[in-house]
Design a protein around this ligand. Structure first.
Ligand SMILES: [Zn+2]
Length: 166
């Protein structure tokens, strides 16, 4: 009997930062050695911070602008018929065509194509962890960003197109 072959199904979804788990502190860079405190998460949603800080790349730009752009371009890509992983490529192409450069383009590329932010969970819904994106989520929480794009990757049986049975 042959093992089933799996194919990945990617989806790009808007997520509210207020609903996401607080990432564990990665310990590096120096500005990320302690978890984002709850008061700061709440306070920064009311008093957003847009000005870049020079401490690290993650705090080095305006995540408000980047996320608003990412959400708009993902929506546009879906409207134009893109599906799966192509949504990210399509949205990034649109960003380049719109003349976005520098930190903003790097940040968009990270969210859309290179290392999309992913959260995984096991059967316990309270148990969630970041596959990718802890540093960026911390910087977004520090800035008071409200919405970002998360990618979900499901594995499907290549013959049936169905998710694996538990
Ligand atoms: Zn920093």
């Amino acid at each position: 009997m042959t093992e089933p072959a799996w194919v990945e199904r990617w989806s790009y979804n808007v997520a509210a930062l207020a609903t996401l788990p607080t990432p564990e502190a990665p310990g590096r860079p120096a500005c990320m050695t302690t978890p984002v405190p709850t008061w700061r998460r709440v306070y920064r949603q009311r008093v957003p911070r847009r000005r870049p800080h020079g401490c690290c790349w993650y705090h080095g730009g305006d995540w408000h602008h980047v996320n608003a752009t990412a959400i708009r371009l993902v929506h546009k890509a879906k409207t134009l018929g893109a599906t799966g992983e192509d949504i990210g490529d399509h949205a990034l192409d649109s960003a380049v065509a719109a003349g976005i450069t520098g930190w903003d383009l790097d940040a968009l590329a990270s969210l859309l194509v290179i290392e999309p932010i992913r959260i995984d969970s096991d059967d316990d819904p309270a148990s969630q962890w970041y596959d990718n994106g802890r540093h960026r989520i911390i910087a977004m929480l520090d800035a008071g960003v409200r919405h970002t794009i998360l990618v979900r990757v499901e594995l499907l049986d290549s013959t049936t197109g169905l998710p694996p049975r538990h």
